[in-house]
Design a protein around this ligand. Structure first.
Ligand code: ATP
Length: 258
């Protein structure tokens, strides 16, 4: 295995922010999101993190699978609790900005964000975000991240063509995790006060499909074609269609280049 996650190295790399996180490193689990959601329901603190060397049933949106392999993937989840009246609209997009910022500092060039929850490298999916509310706790959210350090050897050929991994030289997985957590801390702390609005410009600057024609695919409706005209302050995608600009808010949609 190229490099192992090490709790000591993660804490050292977090520096003075280490006290803001409660880190749990596990060898294997089904899904870091599922496990952290359970911990959250039992009262885990904001800033709790579960990072798994191996995730056996990683989840994407709508029950889709996130493929990972020990040593080839960084898979972790972060619990964040917000104050009572905070609007969480646009949270996934703000978290995407945090991931992009952390990777750009490495530096990785060619990153772009795909609405609502993917990070692309040279138009292929490098990382996915899964933002899930904690049942019964309206202001608590678990943010799951799956990031390809290398492409898992078991990845099917068609998925391989659509996937990207980080270009060498790679930082260690522990350094990478710490860098991602530091940026998530910055963005989520600011988001708690001001929402997505201050992050909107940064998100749009990295928008993979800005001013480009796309198709939106849904399990429940006919495909919708239009041109991306940015995102709104609440994170809704603005799609210019024949009938005018539509606000797309549903996460139950997959976006494709037209
Ligand atoms: P899409 O990319 O089709 O729009 P989505 O954004 O709706 O999908 P997500 O829930 O974000 O889907 O992610 C799950 C999808 O990501 C899977 O269906 C698969 O196509 C793809 N995927 C799974 N594992 C990986 C991986 N390690 N790297 C890149 N892509 C992956």
């Amino acid at each position: 295995m190229p490099d192992e996650l090490s709790a000591g190295e993660i804490v050292a790399a977090l520096g003075k922010l280490a006290c803001r996180f409660d880190l749990e490193l596990v060898d294997s689990c089904d899904s870091t999101n599922a496990r952290l959601l359970a911990r959250a329901q039992a009262g885990a603190a904001s800033g709790s993190v579960i990072v798994a060397r191996e995730q056996t049933a990683g989840r994407g949106r709508r029950g889709r699978a996130w493929l990972s392999a020990p040593g080839d993937s960084l898979t972790f989840s972060l619990l964040w609790r917000f104050a009572a009246a905070t609007s969480l609209a646009g949270l996934t997009l703000a978290a995407g900005v945090a991931l992009a910022r952390a990777l750009e500092q490495i530096p990785v060039a060619g990153l772009a964000l795909k609405w609502p929850n993917d990070l692309l490298l040279d138009e292929r999916k490098l990382a996915g975000l899964l933002c899930e509310g904690v049942p019964g706790q309206t202001q608590a959210v678990v943010l799951g991240v799956g990031l390809n350090l290398r492409l898992p050897s078991a990845m099917p050929a068609d998925l391989r063509l659509r996937s990207a991994c980080l270009p060498p030289p790679l930082p260690t997985a522990s350094q990478l995790l710490a860098a991602l957590l530091v940026q998530l801390h910055t963005v989520l702390t600011a988001f708690a006060n001001d929402g997505f609005t201050p992050w909107r410009a940064e998100w749009s600057r990295r928008h993979a499909f800005e001013q480009r024609p796309v198709q939106l695919l849904s399990d429940f409706a006919a495909p919708l074609s239009g041109v991306c005209r940015g995102v709104a302050d609440d994170g809704a995608l603005l799609l210019e269609t024949e009938g005018g600009v539509q606000r797309i808010v549903s996460g139950e949609i997959s976006l494709r280049s037209a």
